[in-house]
Write a protein that binds this ligand. Structure first.
Ligand code: ZN
Ligand code: ZN
Length: 279
């Protein structure tokens, strides 16, 4: 499969000249099947999803969007995804089930409806459907997906493992493993759901909002350190780790420094929003 990184920033978009090389758009990764240029599965709808429209060769999006959770930085790009908001699109949007009796569309409308925003999700043009998903495995757009709940802050959050039968990508953009304890390194617990999601994955895309010295002051905001992402990848046998969901004020030069610190680890990349990987 082909993996397009379209937004790699966390929490809020980061425009500005200090951020041009890694990019300022918030979380979005698009997957295309082998031999296909056009993506059919999108992970998260941060502002980076705007950049997906140009991958569609002028056509409408036909596929699915999986949201890891409903925080703004994973949802705010949705109404600006012009490849999906057109009469000839077909889009199924899947979000973590929010509990018994909680309707998906009503939950989405709390963030996207007047007076907060001019339209509601079901007023997007095209053939849209909205559904909740539970932990477990399911098939979507020819991909097999494992969904598992992982600790974060403020709302149910899933990590996903997506496979096309040949290769697999694990997507855990927001993850707070210190919620479960310090773990063996002090960076958070290597808990079973994280290990299951990342097990022998070809690519682990993981929350790296922080670095280890920042955990004491900032882990309570709900994020992980880059050191944990690499430690999880190593323990789970992931072949490559992409550090993702960069802190909004982390400049290009500071991200270069983080990359240099882990340069010995040949399988670690600091994600940029122009990165394309073939698995
Ligand atoms: Zn986030
Ligand atoms: Zn979040």
């Amino acid at each position: 499969m082909k993996v397009h990184f379209l937004g790699v920033r966390g929490s809020t978009a980061a425009p500005g000249i200090e951020f041009v090389r890694y990019g300022g758009h918030t979380s979005c990764v698009a997957l295309a099947h082998d031999g296909e240029e056009v993506p059919s599965l999108i992970l998260d709808a941060g502002t980076g999803i705007r950049r997906c429209s140009r991958l569609l060769a002028g056509g409408a999006f036909q596929g699915a969007i999986l949201l890891s959770h409903l925080h703004w930085d994973h949802f705010h790009g949705l109404p600006f995804f012009f490849g999906g908001d057109r009469p000839d699109s077909r889009v199924s949007l899947h979000v973590p089930d929010q509990g018994p009796g909680v309707e998906v569309l009503a939950t989405l409308e709390r963030a996207m409806s007047p007076p907060h925003f001019p339209i509601r999700p079901d007023q997007l043009r095209g053939d849209w459907s909205f559904s909740g998903i539970s932990p477990g495995t399911f098939e979507v757009e020819g991909f097999s997906v494992l969904a598992a709940e992982i600790p974060h802050k403020g709302g149910r959050t899933f990590g996903y493992r997506v496979s096309d039968g040949h290769a697999s990508i694990t997507y855990m953009p927001d993850h707070c493993p210190t919620n479960l304890g310090p773990g063996p390194d002090g960076w958070g617990e290597y808990h079973q759901s994280a290990l299951d999601l990342a097990a022998n994955s070809d690519l682990l895309v993981h929350d790296s909002q922080l670095v280890a010295p920042e955990l004491a002051a900032e882990a309570s905001f709900g994020h992980a350190a880059a050191e944990y992402a690499i430690g999880l990848g190593r323990r789970a046998g992931a072949r490559q780790v992409a550090l993702f969901h960069h802190k909004p004020d982390r400049t290009d030069d500071q991200l270069d420094e983080i990359g240099a610190r882990f340069a010995r680890e040949s399988s670690v990349e600091v994600a940029t929003e122009s990165m394309v990987l073939v698995l």
